[in-house]
Write a protein of this length. Structure first.
Length: 472
């Protein structure tokens, strides 16, 4: 077994400075305590999750991390569990809400339930939908199934939605109730709704479009984007969206086949998140062999360490010697970016310290020494995990934890015992896929895009690589 004397500089970098989840790590307890925090969308913390084309003009270019705003901790997923709603910071691509011809119910055209835009958001096939192009399988599995019930039109005519429509989706658009001033995502005013388009959204038509022309961009750069609610008091050809009427960023109606920006939203289940850390630096700069230290992070941009419930906890054997914790481990996952890691939590569940104990590139077992110098006196929960640490702005994945209780005094560990009442680990549960809906038929009879790095065929999107580290 290889010997690694390790514990890296703690990141207690998980405190949120003056934003949506002020004063706490991203854990279920802190989410509940921060549920009433509303600072506005633009002022909310940013989390990076998934990868998509951002500054590139074609699908042959590398993808970049997607920036999302942490806009609400009040959400509940389909099973009623606490979740946090995240909203893309920019318009990521452009599209039509619904360009299908209908011969059935007159209200179908303005219903989220039936809209091709819903299908495109949630399609997992690369090159055919956003979910497939933006998320690895592991990341997609971390997205909660959200209740996307859409309030029926308050001024409904006989030709519009007159009954509630119950839907569930992993990826969705905001509703009017969410996007209005004082709505559930915390919009503080009209300017708080304004967004910009990525370079990719401006230049590259995808998912059935042949052009990004008339994408809703005004002279001052403000952007129109779709909501999922039907328009009030109008024919079924109209759906609500965020307007850019000169300097007035308001909510109004748009014809369903208008090309406008797509601003996705989704929800992350609190039970699937171990903690947040600095988007850049942070965990990536934690070195093997360093001792515990406290270093508060005052930034507002984060990445996520998820709990992958499909990976069992490593087996560890521990012994206190000279105030340090010596241990051996086995059963760790091996491969690129794989480590045996540990983190300390206080009694309220806040993550205080993080450490890399061993590099598991080739070895699933080994030994380590853990020094508690600098750790304040007290009792802590100490978790050992097999972790894939993927670098700046990329999602990390930790196994189930081998959980212990540690007592520290004078910078030395004085007691270690197995945690007989560990926090419940999230269990992988099958989540229903969104109901199948019609796929967009393209515009002007064309199914191609014009931006595939000279290949000239939208089908080549299938070959675009994910800008994500190797999964294990």
């Amino acid at each position: 077994m290889k010997k690694v004397s390790a514990i890296a500089a703690a990141l207690s970098i998980f405190a949120f400075a003056g934003a949506a989840f002020a004063g706490g790590a991203f854990s279920p307890g802190d989410l509940k305590a921060s549920a009433d925090s509303k600072v506005g969308v633009k002022a909310a913390n940013t989390v990076y999750f998934g990868n998509y084309w951002i500054t590139s003009a074609n699908t042959g270019s590398p993808k970049e991390a997607i920036a999302w705003k942490l806009v609400s901790a009040k959400s509940k997923d389909k099973d009623g569990k606490t979740a946090v709603k995240i909203l893309s910071d920019q318009g990521l691509y452009v599209g039509k809400f619904n360009n299908m011809n209908y011969t059935g119910r007159a209200d179908d055209a303005s219903m989220w339930e039936k809209a091709p835009i819903r299908t495109t958001l949630n399609e997992r096939t690369k090159g055919e939908g956003f979910a497939g192009d933006a998320f690895s399988t592991k990341e997609y599995d971390m997205i909660a199934m959200a209740d996307t019930y859409t309030m029926p039109d308050s001024q409904a005519t006989p030709y519009q939605v007159t009954v509630p429509v119950q839907t569930y989706d992993k990826l969705y658009l905001l509703s009017y109730e969410e996007a209005k001033d004082g709505g559930s995502v915390g919009v503080t005013g009209k300017d708080d709704r304004a967004i910009t388009l990525t370079t990719f959204a401006q230049k590259c038509p995808v998912y059935g479009l042949s052009s990004t022309y008339d994408r809703g961009e005004s002279y001052d750069g403000s952007i129109r984007y779709w909501l999922r609610s039907p328009a009030d008091g109008w024919t079924t050809d109209y759906v609500k969206g965020v307007a850019n009427n000169f300097t007035d960023i308001d909510i109004t109606r748009f014809k369903r086949d208008t090309i406008m920006a797509i601003r996705p939203a989704c929800e992350l289940s609190a039970a699937n998140v171990a903690f947040l850390s600095a988007a850049e630096g942070g965990k990536s700069e934690v070195a093997l062999g360093a001792g515990f230290a406290l270093a508060d992070y005052s930034g507002t941009e984060f990445k996520v360490t998820f709990i992958d419930a499909s990976v069992n906890a490593p087996t560890v054997n521990l012994k206190i010697e000279d105030g340090k914790l010596n241990g051996t481990f086995s059963g760790a996952v091996t491969g690129t970016n794989q480590y045996l890691s540990a983190y300390l939590k206080n009694s309220s569940g806040k993550v205080l310290n993080y450490a890399k104990l061993a590099d598991c590139d080739t070895a699933a077992d080994g030994s380590f020494t853990l020094d508690f110098a600098g750790v304040a006196d007290g009792e802590y929960k100490l978790s050992f995990v097999s972790e894939q640490e993927n670098g700046a702005k990329q999602s990390d994945f930790a196994s189930k934890a081998a959980a212990y209780v540690a007592k520290v005094a004078g910078g030395k560990i004085t007691e270690i015992k197995e945690d007989t009442k560990p926090e419940p680990e999230p269990q992988p549960e099958p989540q229903p896929e969104p109901e199948p809906t019609p796929k967009p038929s393209g515009d002007s009879g064309s199914g191609g895009g014009g931006c595939n790095a000279g290949f000239g065929m939208l089908a080549l999107l299938f070959a675009a690589p994910m800008f994500f580290k190797k999964e294990k």
